[in-house]
Ligand binder design. Sequence first.
Ligand code: NAD
Ligand code: ZN
Length: 352
Amino acid sequence: MARIKVEAGKPYEVIIEKGALTKAAEYIASVTTSKKVAVITDDTVDSLYGDPFVCNLASAGFETVKFTFPHGEASKNTSTFIKIIDFLAENHLTRSDTVIALGGGVVGDISGFAAATYLRGIRYIQVPTTLLSAVDSSVGGKCAVDIPMGKNLLGAFHQPSVVICDYKTLDTLPREIFLDGCGEVLKYGILYSPDLLSHLSEKGTGFDREYVIGSCVQLKADVVKRDEFDTGERAMLNLGHTVAHAIEKLSNMTISHGAAVATGCAVIARASASAGICTKDTSDKICDAVLALGHKLSCEYSAKDLCNAMLSDKKRHGNTVDLIVVEDIGRCKILPISTDDLLAFIEKGLRA
Ligand SMILES: NC(=O)c1ccc[n+]([C@@H]2O[C@H](COP(=O)([O-])OP(=O)(O)OC[C@H]3O[C@@H](n4cnc5c(N)ncnc54)[C@H](O)[C@@H]3O)[C@@H](O)[C@H]2O)c1
Ligand SMILES: [Zn+2]
């Protein structure tokens, strides 16, 4: 078991424990005096964990109501958001009550945003059940929904009161969703931790879950402490993401986010080595970890297509694009690169 403190404006703990779901009531009672809780989840997670979770809370004396919506990113919209708000109001939740997000990043993001806005903000608790939500979205307080103009355009910063991560729930994840989360795990290793990266290369997807999730959460907590509201260093967490967004876009979203992030990291690592920003040994280590986690070093798109897609990315400032490049394992930096030089840089990254 690991307990990690996130020192945001309002500090809270992330509890990482196999079987934590069965102790959820105890952990929730330790951070709130609420009598009433609203569990928000999706249909897949509900069918796997909803009933025992609600029973656990009810038997501990919580008056528990549950709202379930269809799984998937398509539900992370304003229509589901309003349904959740209506549900909270119909069930008379007050400012002393609590919202509990049981599920992956979609459930966490939309429930967090509902909790941030209902009655101008009520308490909420994250119970992540995907690898991505365990290592990334459940920590840091960013929550949002998608609107037709783009992903995550309507949101807030609202920190949870506690995060309860039972990594046994990852046993029921379909393999591709587990692999998807590995893309973000890899990112933390490259950004901050040679030990984490070598563990991932050695163990592949059979990594030690408590060690890996604990390391990623600690690393994210450190960044959130220094830049809670994403005005500086938190941008480093976008390593591999500019290339990844281009790959996702060119594939019409058929390549998952995590797979694209892993490939994006490999492209950036090789381009960094070719440009003399890091050694070939560093880039080889990153590529080994990408392969060990079941991801690809390259994609079927040309450097030209990737660059065109990247230039419509929001990280563009006039004639430069901010890329996060690798200096060493555990040391990355932001490199503003001119749109004229981008093509040659990405071409180098696509070469084996
Ligand atoms: N707020 C942040 O800081 C942040 C950071 C990264 C990503 N995100 C957001 O997270 C979302 C992606 O999260 P995700 O990948 O967890 O997606 P998700 O919540 O859609 O979960 C993926 C799928 O796995 C299913 N699932 C969840 N837990 C399961 C389990 N234990 N067993 C079996 N199936 C399970 C879900 O029903 C869903 O179909 C995106 O909307 C993204 O924008 C937010
Ligand atoms: Zn990501």
